[in-house]
Ligand binder design. Structure first.
Ligand SMILES: Nc1ncnc2c1ncn2[C@@H]1O[C@H](COP(=O)(O)OP(=O)(O)O)[C@@H](O)[C@H]1O
Ligand SMILES: [Mg+2]
Length: 383
């Protein structure tokens, strides 16, 4: 029996973080009639359309007050401190993904250790806190390696390819007492892939097709779904890695697993995100159920939607930086006029070099044509 609005139906979603991922959950929430609220960091954020509070997500009382009016808490980013999350859970609030899962998306060192426990294939790695240990790792791995700050990195910030320990001396010197950095072998990958899986608190799973992602300067530039030239085995192995991690870590909501494909067709896990992810933006217009709707369904423990593609190919091209002299919105009429078949998504963010301010999705059955269409439409928003 359908409950009344505001009655017993536990379907009010509270999203912590006011960025574009929260913003893009609002559209399917409206379509499904799910009340959604956002705790934004500042006024005028991307998700201001549904922002019901502005406050510091690191402050327990702020988050507690926000959580009072919703049935489930979920996230636009992974930066909410564990102390805040565990206190909410202790209060009896449904938090998805829960702190015990989210910690592996918050801290790349914990993630590496846990994935080893699960037997998931990943690059060689080590934790270190001094130059000697880093140099020894570099020497043992062909003279180059990738150093990462375990927490707080995004879009390539906090990732550095080094040929000697000196090149990470600023990070080593900046370590707090007992702090550690992560070093990984520099993987000679042929391409990067991403596998998304949705998992509900009841344990239902839905795997999206594995996609190819193209990074420029450490930032996602384009995504092709499904990944071209993917063998049946590759597709199955990627899905098995994704579902294995979702189950092994008891992830709830959307999980994205960033992967490296090597020349000998091995897949290695790069990193995890437990929320909608840039690699899944194609699904808004290219899948039966988009990742933002799927995330809402998953965190509310509703039946999951069909993750199948609607068209043979979907291509997503990010709009990075945006026009320097102009607003993004001012470019919309021309882009829509020239490319009536593409879908333009903008985030209501001020253009800034390198910043993700929107994306374009194109779909169709001829991959070359779809790539061309998506790139050409996105180019209307570049400088
Ligand atoms: N071990 C590695 N070997 C080769 N390239 C890497 C490695 N780790 C990261 N990269 C490159 O750097 C990008 C960003 O690294 P990632 O750990 O995903 O950081 P972020 O959190 O910024 O996304 C990756 O998408 C990949 O292109
Ligand atoms: Mg990444």
């Amino acid at each position: 029996m359908p409950a009344e609005r505001g009655g017993g139906m536990a379907l009010r979603v509270g999203i912590i973080g006011g960025g574009q991922l929260a913003r893009m959950m609002i559209a399917p929430a409206v379509e499904l009639g799910l009340p959604v609220r956002v705790l934004a960091e500042d006024e005028g954020m991307s998700a201001q359309l549904a922002a019901s509070a502005v406050g510091d997500y690191r402050d327990l009382e702020t988050v507690r007050a926000f959580a009072r009016d919703v049935d489930v808490i979920t996230f636009d980013h992974e930066h909410v401190p564990q102390e805040v999350l565990t206190a909410l859970v202790a209060d009896g609030i449904a938090v998805h993904p829960g702190p015990h899962a989210l910690c592996f998306a918050q801290d790349k060192l914990r993630m590496r250790a846990e994935l080893d426990e699960l037997g998931v294939p990943q690059p060689d790695w080590a934790a270190f806190s001094d130059a000697g240990a880093l140099q020894a790792f570099i020497d043992a791995h062909g003279g180059r390696a990738v150093v990462k700050t375990p927490r707080g990195g995004y879009d390539g910030k906090g990732v550095r390819v080094v040929a000697s320990a000196d090149e990470a001396s600023d990070w080593i010197d900046g370590l707090a007492e007992g702090g550690e950095l992560l070093v990984e072998e520099l993987v000679d990958f042929t391409r990067e892939l991403a596998q998304q899986v949705a998992r509900t608190p009841s344990g239902a799973l839905a795997a999206y097709p594995v996609v190819e992602t193209v990074q420029r300067d450490g930032v996602c530039a384009e995504v092709i779904a499904p990944a071209p030239h993917a063998s049946v085995r590759l597709v199955e192995v990627a899905a098995a890695i994704g579902t294995g991690i979702a189950e092994g870590l008891e992830v709830t909501g959307m999980l994205a697993v960033e992967l490296f494909e090597t020349s000998d067709e091995r897949l290695l896990v790069n990193e995890l995100a437990m929320r909608p992810h840039n690699s899944g933006h194609w699904s808004q217009d290219g899948a039966v159920t988009g990742q933002f709707e799927q995330h809402l369904r998953a965190v509310l423990d509703l039946p999951l939607g069909d993750p199948s593609p609607r068209q043979p190919w979907s291509v997503m091209v990010n709009i990075l930086g945006g026009p320097a002299q102009d607003t993004l919105e001012s470019r919309i009429p021309l882009a829509l006029g020239e490319h009536p078949a593409v879908k333009v998504h903008t985030y209501g963010k001020a253009p800034r070099p390198g910043r993700k301010v929107g994306h374009v999705n194109a779909v169709g059955d001829d991959l070359d044509a779809v790539v061309y269409e998506a790139r050409a439409a996105a180019a209307f928003f570049a400088d």
